[in-house]
Write a protein that binds this ligand. Structure first.
Ligand code: FAD
Length: 650
């Protein structure tokens, strides 16, 4: 018979206020295999852990049960505790008598009875637990960062500065992300380009960073410590080695100034050969194959002008996609966001009137390199009556976005300030839902903007409509409880941040989960905000959820430090709690292969049976539950262990 020790935690008073802990100790002590049983106020504290270690040694325990909170947080703590005392960590079992008992019941007597049942069931399972050994996997000391916005840039620089090689993959022709579009940033009004472009240049020059722009991750195989990555470099139709970025091709292009620029949100124009913006990194030209006359129709006048004027012979119309493959030990997803599509709020007539624009479009109007050279002109005129509408696409269940985008209140305050600075006699009103100025210096900035004469009126706008060539916004002031209407030369929609559809493929490749708002889900919202449930895969920036630049940079550095921590190890140990196939019983039906979300099952053609790739298996158990011949066994969750536990509570 196994020698089991059981330790009951009071969790301060979280458990002991409802459950009679002494009674639980008394009942559990009666089980013949339980040779040590004690309670303590905080079992996870140092004295609590010492109590367990001492009991293991004094009573030669084979298994330990701790009855406390959810194993999600403290199972690793107690596994380490028993391991310190020389016990195999997989001989440890946790009973959740807080979330599953004291927190959800008011009747102390019944809760105590339930706690006793739960602990008894854990003891039944603990008596069948077997020691398991983790396999060591060598770590490739390189990292992949996906997305070259400020999050990806900061992560890459931090990892590279620690001495590890980084592959930074960016879908667009240049790194920079959304921040590259801004003129100034709240609340300090720093010039965005002045703080971002030096970092972009550092990335390009860093000996440890390999920058793959205009590229997409095609496939990712393997697991923590050893991922194999295949990246597709899209053809630029310009030789990156030969192009000097002089720009004569763009000037000569027959379509120069005739194609809507994506970087300028369609407000500015570019040619078929272009750089997204003058400070692009790398400063190399790209031909748009959808627009270029020569690539589309095989003819551009008598000959393509770009090729005629290029003195370095860099134009390469026969360019083809290239594929690069490499191994990395860790991956950071920094794929950012997409601005909310204002068309989804038809009541604001975004599609109808050019003087109804989004926050991101107004950013380009402010930018000196933008379509109006930084002059706030709409349809060639300075707007004098300006209305901002907040929470467009945020905190709005009708469009499926219940969450707050966290940056709109502040970017509206910034934009209102910049407009007032440029047009001092402008009459500016912000229609807001609630003001959220949560960051350092934000409240002060909001106050400053109000003192500058910007009017704030609480209550969301109902609609924007045009009449007799004029534009009006109809709203209700929810503080005064009265409807009102404002005439406007410019209406700015404070559009929110939504999950980036360009990142969907990455999520699928890495088997990442999404939270209810559609952004990538972190392993734990408070304690592991940069980890994902997939070992070796981390999150940075808005890919994980809406945030401003300071929080993005902080999270990016956090992700980088986790990566460096991982890459600094020679080998890492994979969890042994995985599926194992009994080759004698397996009939090779491949049901497990079809179900496995991690593609961990392979068919052994020679033997006609399934094999499990231990590095890929996450121990989810889908295969074992579905296997028609019952030939898959889950380490640490065997049928015998689960049935013994169930019988005890039934
Ligand atoms: C109008 C507006 C104004 C703002 N003003 C401010 C401000 O003044 N101050 C402030 O602190 N914050 C501001 N913000 C918030 C700020 O934009 C974000 O905090 C910041 O851009 C987040 O950076 P990121 O790198 O996470 O995402 P992004 O900037 O979105 O960068 C993500 C990058 O990943 C790339 N990418 C996406 N998918 C893939 C893929 N599959 N493969 C490869 N690459 C991919 C994208 O092309 C992009 O380059 C503002 C936001 C808006 C909308």
């Amino acid at each position: 018979m196994k020698r089991i020790g059981v330790f009951i935690c009071h969790c301060g008073v979280n458990i002991s206020n409802t459950v009679d802990v002494k009674k639980v100790v008394e009942e559990i002590s009666k089980i013949p295999s339980v040779v040590a049983c004690a309670d303590y106020q905080y079992m996870c504290s140092d004295p609590g852990q010492d109590m367990i270690k001492k009991a293991i040694k004094e009573n030669q325990l084979d298994s330990v049960v701790v009855a406390a909170c959810s194993p999600r947080m403290h199972e690793p703590t107690f596994r380490a505790t028993v391991s310190d005392a020389g016990m195999n960590p997989y001989c440890f079992e946790m009973s959740n008598i807080r979330e599953q008992c004291s927190w959800v019941h008011l009747d102390g007597e019944k809760a105590t009875k339930k706690a006793i049942d739960l602990v008894k069931s854990s003891v039944a399972r603990a008596s069948l637990l077997e020691p398991l050994v983790s396999q060591g996997v060598p770590v490739v000391p390189k990292a992949l960062v996906i997305g070259g916005g400020i999050a990806g840039i900061q992560t890459s620089l931090d990892i590279a500065n620690s001495g590890y090689k980084v592959y930074l993959v960016e879908k667009e022709p240049s790194i920079g992300g959304h921040m590259a579009r801004f003129d100034k940033t709240f609340p300090t009004l720093d010039c965005a380009a002045c703080i971002l472009t030096p970092k972009m240049v550092d990335v390009a020059r860093h000996p440890n960073i390999e920058l793959l722009t205009y590229s997409e991750v095609e496939s990712i195989d393997g697991s923590v410590g050893n991922f194999h990555v295949r990246v597709k470099k899209n053809p630029r139709y310009v030789d990156m080695e030969k192009c000097t970025g002089c720009g004569s091709c763009a000037e000569a292009c027959r379509l120069a100034g005739r194609i809507a620029s994506e970087f300028d949100m369609g407000l500015g124009k570019r040619g078929a050969i272009y750089v997204p913006f003058p400070q692009a990194v790398p400063l190399r030209y790209t031909i748009d194959p959808e627009k270029c006359l020569f690539l589309k129709h095989g003819k551009c006048g008598t000959s393509p002008k770009c090729a005629d004027v290029c003195t370095t012979d860099a134009i390469k119309f026969d360019d083809k996609p290239e594929f690069v493959e490499f191994d990395v030990g860790a991956i950071v997803v920094a794929t950012g966001f997409k601005e909310f599509s204002a068309e989804l709020k038809p009541e604001y007539c975004y599609d109808k009137y050019p003087n109804v624009m989004t926050g991101l479009e107004l950013e380009r109007i402010f930018a000196p390199s933008g379509p109006t050279g930084g002059k706030p002109k709409i349809n060639g005129k300075e707007p004098k009556r300006i209305v901002f509408i907040s929470c467009v696409g945020s905190r709005d269940k009708k469009v499926g976005n219940a969450y707050c985008s966290r940056v709109c209140c502040m970017y509206i305050a910034k934009q209102a300030h910049l407009l007032k600075e440029k047009i001092p006699d402008a009459d500016i009103t912000v229609m807001y839902t609630d003001m959220r100025a949560f960051g350092k210096g934000y409240e002060e900035f909001y106050e400053r903007v109000q003192k500058e004469g910007i009017k704030y009126r609480r209550g969301n706008a109902a609609e924007v409509y045009g009449q007799d060539g004029k534009l009006f916004v109809r709203a209700e002031d929810t503080l005064l409880g009265e409807p009102y209407e404002l005439e406007a030369d410019l209406v700015v929609l404070g559009t929110g941040l939504t999950p980036n559809p360009l990142a969907e493929g990455i999520g699928k490749l890495l088997h990442l989960s999404l939270s209810s708002d559609g952004f990538f889900l972190e392993a734990h919202p408070k304690l592991r905000p940069v980890d994902t449930v997939i070992d070796g895969v981390f999150l940075a920036g808005v890919a994980q959820g809406p945030k401003d630049i300071p929080d993005t940079v902080a999270q990016a550095s956090g992700a980088a430090s986790h990566v460096v921590n991982l890459l600094s190890k020679d080998e890492i140990f994979a969890e042994p709690t995985i599926a194992v196939v009994d080759e004698d019983a397996c009939v090779g039906c491949k049901t497990c292969m079809l179900l496995c979300p991690f593609e961990a099952h392979e068919f052994d053609e020679e033997k006609g049976v399934m094999k499990v790739n231990a590095a890929l298996c996450k121990g989810c158990g889908s295969c074992a539950a579905a296997c028609p011949s019952g030939s898959i066994r889950m380490n640490h969750f065997t049928n015998d262990q689960i049935i013994a536990q169930l019988l005890e509570v039934l």
